[in-house]
Design a protein around this ligand. Structure first.
Ligand code: PLP
Length: 285
């Protein structure tokens, strides 16, 4: 089966798909994206992802490229054409194609949209969930509007690469006051000394993760107490448990922060309870 991408109104072979060289996403990172998990061929938390996409676009004053109803149809079609049962769908919208110039192009330029889907490496995710992963802390060098899911990910990828070269799965980014903001592509969580689950509150400092949102609701249903407050690098290093959240893997336990082993070096019980609580919401097996 050959992969299929949706590009500006057409379904094309993935290998031959392309965008214009003056797409403002390509030249200025002038665009936003969404990643939505797919389980059993269904889009997970679709309405929340579409809501965040609309918000990101409106913060940058980029119009929606099509109606929400049409977008829902195209997303399903891309999942179907790529025969993705468990995996993810990627949707990117940029301000469109215009002669290179910093100010916004004249009104009427059509935003550009690309949608792709791919299967999840389930064995790799399962291994990470079973064993847990290491994270490495480093300064957060991103821009000041991290609540917008912008395709401008240069600081994120540099941080991730630094972590990977050091043998860690994820980079935990640290603000100038010594507090963790989030991971380079995940939200960051700890279980503190008193057994409370802690994650940073929503603000422009972090991306409002959809998984984070769903986990907060699942925890409330299960009676698991979560405190939204910033936590320091020292707290993270001496935490009882730690984990990261993101749409495709949902929760991955963290068993090492820098050179400090977390808990007994195995995924924590509260972490796994939360993972099960998410599953109980019906979107994860
Ligand atoms: N934080 C950042 C910087 C991210 O890039 C992501 C996901 O890509 C997340 C958090 C997690 O967000 P979500 O749960 O919506 O996947």
């Amino acid at each position: 089966m050959s992969r299929i991408a949706y590009v500006n109104g057409r379904y094309v072979r993935h290998a031959e798909a392309g965008v214009h060289i003056e797409d403002r996403g390509y030249q200025f990172s002038d665009g936003v994206y969404e990643v939505c998990g797919v389980r059993g061929g269904m889009l997970m938390d679709e309405e929340l992802h579409l809501g965040r996409l609309q918000r990101s676009l409106s913060e940058l004053r980029i119009p929606m490229p099509m109606s929400l109803a049409a977008l829902r149809i195209v997303l399903r079609e891309v999942v179907k054409r790529n025969e993705v049962a468990n995996g993810m769908i990627y949707c990117q919208v940029t301000r469109g194609v215009a002669p290179r110039d910093h100010p916004f192009p004249p009104a009427g330029i059509k935003p550009a949209i690309v949608i792709t889907a791919k299967r999840l490496n389930e064995a790799r995710v399962a291994a990470a969930v079973e064993k847990g992963v290491a994270v490495m802390t480093m300064p957060d060098q991103r821009w000041a509007r991290r609540d917008i899911k912008s395709v401008s990910l240069l600081a994120n990828i540099l941080a991730k690469q630094t972590a990977r070269e050091a043998g860690a799965y994820e980079a935990w980014l640290v603000d100038p006051d010594g507090f963790i903001t989030e991971g380079s592509s995940t939200n960051a969580w700890i279980v503190d000394k008193d057994g409370r689950v802690v994650t940073r509150p929503l603000s422009a400092d972090i991306l409002g993760g959809i998984t984070r949102h769903v986990l907060l609701e699942a925890a409330a249903r299960e009676g698991i107490e979560i405190v939204e407050r910033p936590f320091t690098v020292d707290e993270a290093r001496t935490a009882r448990e730690a984990f990261v959240s993101a749409s495709t893997a949902i929760i991955i336990p963290v068993i090492r922060v820098d050179d400090m082993v977390i808990g007994n070096g195995a995924p924590g019980s509260t972490t796994m309870r939360l993972r099960r609580a998410y599953a109980a919401s019906g979107v994860l097996s």
